[in-house]
Design a protein around this ligand. Structure first.
Ligand code: PEP
Length: 245
């Protein structure tokens, strides 16, 4: 019912020379059963879209502005991402929430802007280490889910990525039980809000996913895929993660 999704977030990494990694990835996954998404820097989206329609790779931005256009130097709109070939956009990544002080309300506005342009919004949520240690994880992610996900969200236009902040880029991962607990809680919050449609939302886990832990993470109930940072940069790392899905 929910197509599994392997999403790569290249963050502020990659130049034209990195396109060879995409070629390798495509050679390894000619007709994948899962959906593969790469979110490179915006500078590379159009270049990765060079064989539009001839390969199974979906492309996404890493952020978008809530406005459609205007005087916002350095920002990028959902329409511009779509124009370059993106069909997805990540919003509310913890690095945006931290570095740019983005609030849940701003994240929701970005997700709405993505939806207006027909992009799938990958809405990121996750607790800090202090919040986990304080026993607040479920409260924090429930609040983020409630306020960051727009009313018009559906399983078609929205993916939820649970990314504990303390697991991103650290090599640390929650236990399978901890991931399962959060994903079950998210599914139940979605059910309370969206009714039967909640079953169609894909829930990704993100945070130090690598070839050696991917199979264990993907076996957890209600994990529909992963948002992968560092290990998505090289085909040699991302390919076995996709294969484990
Ligand atoms: C991310 O950036 O969303 C992420 C999960 O990073 P990493 O896989 O490197 O922890």
């Amino acid at each position: 019912m929910r197509r599994r999704l392997a999403a790569g977030n290249w963050k502020m990494n990659g130049t034209a020379a990195s396109l060879s990694e995409v070629e390798k990835l495509l050679q390894a996954h000619v007709s994948p059963s899962v959906e593969i998404l790469l979110c490179p820097p915006a500078t590379l989206i159009a270049q990765m879209n060079w064989k539009k329609g001839q390969h199974p790779l979906a492309l996404g931005g890493q952020d978008c502005h809530a406005e459609a256009s205007g005087a916002h130097t350095g920002d990028i709109s959902a329409a511009q991402l779509r124009d370059a070939g993106a069909t997805f956009v990540i919003v509310g990544h913890s690095e945006r929430r931290t570095d740019h002080k983005e609030t849940d309300e701003q994240v929701r506005a970005k997700a709405e802007a993505a939806h207006e342009e027909g992009l799938v919004a990958v809405v990121c949520i996750g607790e800090t280490l202090a919040e986990r240690e304080g026993g607040h994880t479920l409260d924090v992610v429930s609040r983020q889910l409630e306020h960051s996900v727009p009313e018009g969200a559906t399983g078609e236009n929205t993916v939820i990525a649970y990314e504990p902040v303390w697991a991103i880029g650290t090599g640390l991962t929650p236990t399978s039980e901890q991931i399962a607990e959060v994903h079950q809680a998210l599914r139940s919050r979605l059910s309370a809000r969206f009714g039967a449609d909640a079953a169609f939302f894909r829930l990704l886990y993100g945070g130090s996913v690598k070839p050696s832990n991917a199979a264990e993470i993907f076996a957890i109930p209600d994990v529909d895929g992963a948002l992968v940072g560092g290990a998505s940069l090289k085909a040699a790392d991302f390919s076995p993660i996709i294969a484990a899905l």
